[in-house]
Design a protein around this ligand. Structure first.
Ligand code: HEM
Length: 499
């Protein structure tokens, strides 16, 4: 009897605590957010319907709303440039990545740049910034050319076999991963199929876990089949990166630090292209406190970066397939630039001579931003327009997708119109209206890298192929990045020299 009484009392006690918690959340804490319209909701769908719900939300609320997610989370959603600006601009010392959205990625990405906070973040950011300097990025353009050539060879083979409709996501993801591995590790992706399968699996598993709140507790998740798959995939990815870092470190000890050269291998005969590891090894040589663990964290980060570029590229292909006039205009801009050259290689200097192609890329990033939201909390109260204060610690969901689809800023937001990015038409627009790479101190460090890759791949692809819509219309799906429910089928037509 004593045991049953104890169990009963525990049950009553835990329910009372839970009810008190709900009461505090609903009636005491919630009014502190009275300045933004409030709605109570379950987690939204990550499918097409969920995207359309966001469109409706933005049409109705125009700048922000508080989102009472289940009984557990109270989130402020913001989707207007004036509202997201103060949050993006806040100093990194008071800005934190929350555990609700980002914590689930921690076993995979570790304490790397994407997830770390405070001094740990600023140290890594300082360390990694030189790897994205223009002088270094220039070298990667040659690698982008190589990777896209490999993809096009494969496309030609498939076309010759009669397969003219391809899933763009699949092809482009393998290509961006190949180029990223070459730029970061000087590693050939053909040799790493288990690693590649694991990083694809990790993205899927994190999204599934986000959707199902009981899985947010580690001890529950670890006991599920999904949890076991997740931790196994993490181990494969970590062992892979650790082995490469270890090997390069041994080379460093044997041969000394790499030359501080940014010159390309082909120009110097034997020397290879300077990769991220070289830049970091130089930093290591100059900094006694730098630990090998920093390398591991930095390299875990690079297992996540390729899929954003893959999403951007797949959607730009789709948008140009469905807008043939814009595709033709890009093609003639590209052909005017490349015709009459001995080699068909896009160079770093060419990238600034593709204005219309760049406008199409930007419009595609607006319409289909690969990263749809970022979330933050702040260690002090944050003011947003309308005299509103977001209390410290409250999770803020900055909706990049919502801001890009806000009809107050972008008339007919669903329409693909590259002319929105004509310099004349952009003059009056807030610089926080278009934020695919986030903004402020925690913006995307890989922005220039990604934009360079997007231009190289698009230029060479449109020069060699005509892209046409596939047999079915894709349905959007959020899977950490903007993807599609069932691939992104597009048709390809090879072009001859004279188009
Ligand atoms: C079109 C392609 C890309 C898009 C749209 C994109 C977008 C973003 C966004 C929105 C963030 C902010 C995330 C947040 O605050 O949670 C971010 C951060 C970051 N991105 Fe990218 N990204 C792209 C490509 C890349 C590439 C190619 C790399 C690396 C080579 C990269 C590395 C990073 C890193 C390390 C961060 C964290 C920066 C920090 O917190 O200091 N990204 N990216």
């Amino acid at each position: 009897f004593g045991l049953w009484l104890f169990v009963y009392l525990c049950f009553v006690f835990s329910h009372s605590v839970f009810l008190c918690y709900l009461f505090i959340k609903l009636f005491i804490y919630r009014p502190t957010l009275h300045c933004v319209p409030s709605l109570v909701s379950l987690p939204g769908s990550f499918h097409e319907a969920g995207m359309q719900e966001v469109d409706e939300l933005v049409r109705e609320y125009r700048h922000s709303c508080a989102w009472f997610l289940g009984p557990f989370y109270n989130i402020v959603r913001l989707f207007h440039p004036d509202y997201i600006k103060p949050l993006f601009l806040a100093s990194a010392s008071i800005t934190f990545k929350d555990e609700v959205f980002y914590g689930l990625m921690r076993p995979w990405l570790g304490q790397g740049l994407v997830l770390s906070n405070g001094r740990q973040w600023s140290r890594q950011r300082r360390l990694l910034t030189p790897a994205f300097h223009f002088d270094i990025l220039k070298n990667y353009v040659h690698i982008f050319n190589q990777s896209v050539n490999i993809m096009h060879e494969k496309w030609r083979r498939l076309l010759a076999e009669g397969k003219d409709e391809l899933d763009m996501f699949e092809h482009v993801t393998l290509m961006t991963l190949d180029s990223l591995l070459k730029c970061t590790f000087s590693y050939d992706s053909q040799k790493s199929s288990e690693y590649i399968t694991s990083i694809f699996e990790l993205s899927d598993l994190v999204v599934e876990r986000q959707r199902f709140v009981p899985y947010h507790w580690d001890w529950v998740y670890k006991r599920t089949a999904e949890g076991q798959r997740f931790y196994t995939a993490c181990k494969i990815v970590h062992d892979f990166t650790a082995a490469i870092v270890q090997e390069r470190r041994s080379q460093l000890l044997k041969n000394g630090p790499p030359e501080n050269s940014t010159e390309n291998s082909t120009a110097r005969g034997k020397k290879k292209t300077v990769d991220f590891i070289d830049v970091l090894l130089l930093a290591l040589a100059a900094d006694d406190k730098m630990q090998i663990t920093h390398f591991h964290n930095i390299y875990k980060m690079s297992t996540k970066c390729h899929d954003t570029t893959a999403s951007a590229l797949s959607w730009v292909f789709y948008n140009l397939a469905t807008h043939q006039e814009d595709q033709e205009r890009c093609r003639s801009e590209i052909n005017d630039l490349l015709n009459g050259r001995e080699t068909e290689e896009v160079t770093w200097e060419d990238l600034s001579n593709l204005p219309f192609t760049t406008m199409c890329i930007k419009e595609s990033l607006r319409l289909h931003p690969p990263v749809t939201t970022v979330t933050r909390y702040y260690s002090q109260d944050m003011s947003v327009p309308g005299g509103c204060t977001i209390p410290q610690g409250n999770i803020c969901l900055i909706s990049i997708y919502g801001t890009h689809h806000n009809p107050e800023i972008w008339p007919n937001p669903e329409v693909f119109d590259p002319m929105r990015f004509d310099p004349e038409n952009s003059k009056q627009r807030s610089s926080y209206a278009f934020v695919p790479f986030s903004a402020g101190p925690r913006n995307c460090i890989g922005q220039s890298f990604a934009l360079a890759e997007l231009r190289v791949v698009l230029a060479l692809t449109l020069r060699r192929f005509r892209i046409l819509p596939g047999s079915r219309r894709p349905k959007r799906l959020y899977k950490l990045i903007m993807r599609t429910e069932d691939g992104l089928p597009l048709k390809l037509e090879p072009l001859t020299e004279d188009g």
